[in-house]
Design a protein around this ligand. Structure first.
Ligand SMILES: Cc1cc2nc3c(=O)[nH]c(=O)nc-3n(C[C@H](O)[C@H](O)[C@H](O)COP(=O)(O)OP(=O)(O)OC[C@H]3O[C@@H](n4cnc5c(N)ncnc54)[C@H](O)[C@@H]3O)c2cc1C
Length: 134
């Protein structure tokens, strides 16, 4: 294996890593994209291509918090946590619960709105410059 110095390493060649790498390249940076799998073969493979700039509600909301017990203990629930993994997940679950309270939900929705404000325009530019139809 040859060693090579790189200025920026981007981990993961899904749509997020590829977009970041392309932007860095356009800024004249030397970029290495690292992924053991072929580009776009993860979640990005099944993407329906919608730039969902209206989807500003976070995953954690008071409704989700209220449904958590049912989601955790219903055999047919889409949420499944292996019993053995539960102790290690408790700190994350507590943070998730805190972020699902009404005040945090409103703040998170506002933050997502700000992040998505330029998404549709950026998505079209990305489609055009990558040769895909927007
Ligand atoms: C069926 C389906 C339809 C969807 N439709 C839409 C839609 O219409 N609109 C929308 O906005 N979103 C949609 N999504 C969600 C969207 O596809 C994902 O949010 C997005 O693809 C995530 O991109 P990503 O680059 O973060 O992840 P991924 O595409 O999963 O890429 C992550 C990459 O990181 C690599 N990787 C992981 N760990 C390591 C490691 N340790 N070292 C190196 N590489 C690593 C993986 O091999 C993978 O290639 C959809 C998702 C699915 C499954």
């Amino acid at each position: 294996m040859t060693e090579r110095a790189t200025e920026v390493a981007v981990i993961g060649a899904g749509v997020v890593g590829l977009a970041v790498a392309r932007r860095l390249l356009a800024d004249g940076r030397d970029v290495t994209l690292i992924d053991p799998a072929p580009p776009g073969s993860g979640a990005s493979y099944g993407n329906a291509g919608t730039i969902a700039d209206y989807a500003v509600m976070p995953v954690g909301t008071p409704d989700v918090l209220r449904s958590l017990p049912a989601l955790l203990f219903d055999r047919n629930s889409p949420l499944a946590i292996r019993r053995g993994a539960l102790p290690g997940l408790i700190p994350w679950l507590l943070r998730f619960a805190r972020q699902s309270l009404p005040g945090a939900t409103a703040r998170n929705a506002e933050a997502i709105t700000a992040l998505l404000a330029a998404a549709a325009r950026a998505g079209s530019t990305f489609s055009v410059t990558s040769g895909r139809r927007g």
